[in-house]
Design a protein around this ligand. Sequence first.
Ligand SMILES: Nc1ncnc2c1ncn2[C@@H]1O[C@H](COP(=O)(O)OP(=O)(O)OP(=O)(O)O)[C@@H](O)[C@H]1O
Length: 335
Amino acid sequence: MPGKDVAEATLKAIADPVRPGDLLSSGRVSGLVVRDEGGVGLVLGVEDLARAAAQALESRIDKALKLAGFSSVRVIQTADRSDGPAPKGSAVPGVAHIIGVGAGKGGVGKSTIAVALALALKRRGLKVGLLDADIQGPSVHILLGIKERARATADKRLIPLESHGLKMLGMGVMADPDKAVAWRGPMVAGAMVQMATVADWGQLDVLVVDLPPGTGDIHLSLAQKLAPSGALVVTTPQALARADARRAVAFFEQLQVPVLGVVMNMAGMAMPDGQVLHPFGQPPADSGLGAEVIANLPLDPAVVAASDAGAPMETGAVAAGLDKVAAQIVRQLGV
Ligand SMILES: Nc1ncnc2c1ncn2[C@@H]1O[C@H](COP(=O)(O)OP(=O)(O)OP(=O)(O)O)[C@@H](O)[C@H]1O
């Protein structure tokens, strides 16, 4: 299976049609991801190319990478929006803003924080939906204690389930939740986009999307198809998790999804005698993540019990931390 070095060498061999240098040195291509199954994905900046030239370049990249041995090539064309106005709204009708919650590493509490963020936004009086985009490892329905399955309207639109004042959809509430386990990346991403777009969400102020860990097809599709207003990255203070979180921050930026902030989860654990333990290390003064740490949340055993009971906590230190995060996000998005 060809690796990232092969993809880079292939792109370096193609001259940029307008800028000096090749497709990599000119900054034309970013967000290069090579997947285990032999697929490759990248972001192609086309702001200075006419439509026909952009299409021609995309086909040239597709052909060259397939010739180099990649089984599938996914190119996302973007025009630079960095100087543009504030986000105008999502690509899902009726949904004002979409916020992705991601993490570089698994198990850092991303789904727990996605649920807690959705509840904090709801407490501010907003209409909030929650989409579990972790198609192959869904857990949001468990965290919310949902046992039913989603039904569809007569015209085949999915009806989100309602729980704890949120609307929710995800693979875990579909008729056959285990069928996605053997799906390839593009099918998984397609399922996420379908759940987001072919659902009757009604009017939502915010749709929170719990992304799978890492950087892959789902993240690319979120950026390309759903026009998210921003992303939140969750990590623990552990160096291993922070290294992956830094990659996740960089990936969102390459996809031109603004990173609204980083949540440092399990950043300390208060003992009954007042001592604070740091099982995942002390949060460093300079996180080096490339985005602002907007909350340090404690490790609270009550959160584990509440998660297992399907009754997420709406009080306590973690919920209070998320109230501050929600307030900041609402300000950033102008909701
Ligand atoms: N602040 C916290 N205090 C205590 N436990 C927590 C906290 N945040 C998350 N957890 C616990 O950590 C575990 C992992 O959380 P969660 O499933 O949300 O992580 P994740 O990053 O979404 O994992 P995955 O990558 O597998 O989807 C769960 O048992 C959860 O209850």
